[in-house]
Design a protein around this ligand. Sequence first.
Ligand SMILES: Cc1cc2nc3c(=O)[nH]c(=O)nc-3n(C[C@H](O)[C@H](O)[C@H](O)COP(=O)(O)OP(=O)(O)OC[C@H]3O[C@@H](n4cnc5c(N)ncnc54)[C@H](O)[C@@H]3O)c2cc1C
Length: 620
Amino acid sequence: MALIEAQHLHLAYDRREIVRDLSLALPEGRITIIVGANGSGKSTLLRGMSRLLTPKSGGVLLDGRDLHSLRGKELARRLGLLPQSPLAPDGVTVRELVSRGRFPHQGLIPQWTEQDERAVAEALAATRTDALQERLLEELSGGQRQRVWIAMALAQQTEVLLLDEPTTFLDVTHQLEVLDVVRDLNRERGTTVGIVLHDLNLAARYADHLVAVRAGEIHSQGTPAEVITAQMAHEVFALDAHIAPDPVTGSPMVLPRRRDRTPSPHHHEEDPVSTTTDTAALVPALEHSSTLAFELTVAARRPLGPSLVRFTFTSADLEHFGTNSHPLDLRVKLIIPGPQASADHFAPVRPEGHLDPATHAQWYRDWLQIDPADRGWMRTYTVREHRAAGHPGNLSAQPEIDIDVVLHLDPVEQPGQGVAARWARDAQVGDTVSLLGPNRHLVGPDYGGIEFRPGTARTVLLVGDETAVPAVGSILEALPASISGHALLEVPEAGDAQQLLSRSGVQVTWLPREGRPHGELLDAAVRRLMSENNAQAFRDAAADGPADDGRAATHEELEDVDIDETILWETTTGHGAFYAWLAGEAGAIKSLRRHLVSELGLDRKQVSFMGYWRQGRAEH
Ligand SMILES: Cc1cc2nc3c(=O)[nH]c(=O)nc-3n(C[C@H](O)[C@H](O)[C@H](O)COP(=O)(O)OP(=O)(O)OC[C@H]3O[C@@H](n4cnc5c(N)ncnc54)[C@H](O)[C@@H]3O)c2cc1C
């Protein structure tokens, strides 16, 4: 039975019909998410279902009664709506705004009752805004403000709550935070929720019932697994996409390969990928290279401690950068310019570039042949944060990325050694540098730049030295509250410890080296953690996974990896309830590998080992 139901709804602005003969029932006590391309009519539908828009014909029933027959206050006691850009008067405090949610419950002579007080306190607590209650709304960040608006809707205590794009312009952490609050509300109070979202992957994570809208009509509806298909992505979003399980939640995840070259007839946006070539033999890099070279400008530099500096890079080109989801431990290459650069060696893979498909596969080998003083040096880094234009943390008009660089400065400078650290020491705002990273239009499941793949794990162990702190910081920001475990981070000095944000239950331990040998503290901390009864617990958690070849309980003989000749790089997608991710200096990581796998008998299918650098060896 549906509490709220649209029947043969026709909605129009002036004479332009946006929603056509649409019938939709939101299942009671469930979260329904409506998705669709820009201009598909999904927000108009929500406006129609909340009485903000009067239908041309058809109607909406709330608990069997015509929405339009209900008086204003009665409707507001039963149905809450959070519009796309709610406006608050200046100078209103958080508490005042949330208290307004009680207005529909008050009589002709407003009286503040104990019940009102309790409803406001509960709404503040549920949205974790109680500590902000005396603050002015305009002082808050976008994510905090959105939680306050939701608190107001909660204080209204309605059976139905409709939200129009509640996560627009929030960064990923805050998007998840807002949707978690809504999900808790739904699970605890049984509120029937309807949300319009533009992000398909978020919709798949949070929806019980998913509705795809195209050109004002329902294209498909059902569970996320039923609705999210490559065909739907093509027909509704004009997207050529691969569907894979989300590594964090297991819900279906859309991995766009590229925009379809033949846009669906219902899709009004222009295809951003040009298909024209100026030379017959050459093809556009945007369509043919999964890696692009981005010319970045240093927008800001900020020390994070004595050993790490955060660079914020910006560029209009970054519009084409990314993996269409959280970067997690996404690796990219910085190209440190050589002193005698003669040309742009990456011109063919710039977003506006054209490449020769016949020779493209060997571009890296060709690049290595060039004198380093001319071509420069390639160094691997992690994208600490990626902020689109319009993101509240991004004040510029262009997308931004942050990269945190370790300043390991050798007193004796050698050519070609420590070039990235020295560049980071000297670089100033306005300087430019090239970065090789994923082409957002082409990344697919085979894109290997992200290694954190915990699968179904609910307990994680993250181990890293200072070079892995950026990756761990980014991973922690993405982990949901349902994941717990430990992060052990060894850094050169106590001042290098940072505040890392996470909604997860992962406990972060900083291990300042203060002159001790690299990896010593990390080794001791991992051994201590595992000996506190945890190794058995982790093995048990590992054994919870799908049946495997029985290696979990046996102490495996490891083949030796010569870390001076090859890279130590063994990564896996987690099976079972426990997953460990270890990255840093290759010698230290190798010794931890021996301890965890050979001595403690952890299954290698639960653990990813990554030698990020090798003491005494430059990267290339
Ligand atoms: C997937 C991946 C992600 C990474 N992410 C980051 C990141 O986000 N931030 C970051 O700072 N680093 C990161 N690194 C490590 C970084 O690539 C190396 O530290 C790199 O060697 C730095 O280049 P360089 O030119 O400064 O030194 P190189 O010229 O490569 O090395 C010169 C000398 O310095 C030593 N050396 C290199 N790095 C260090 C160090 N950190 N401390 C002490 N000595 C060192 C080498 O052993 C060598 O003897 C990552 C590496 C990988 C593989």
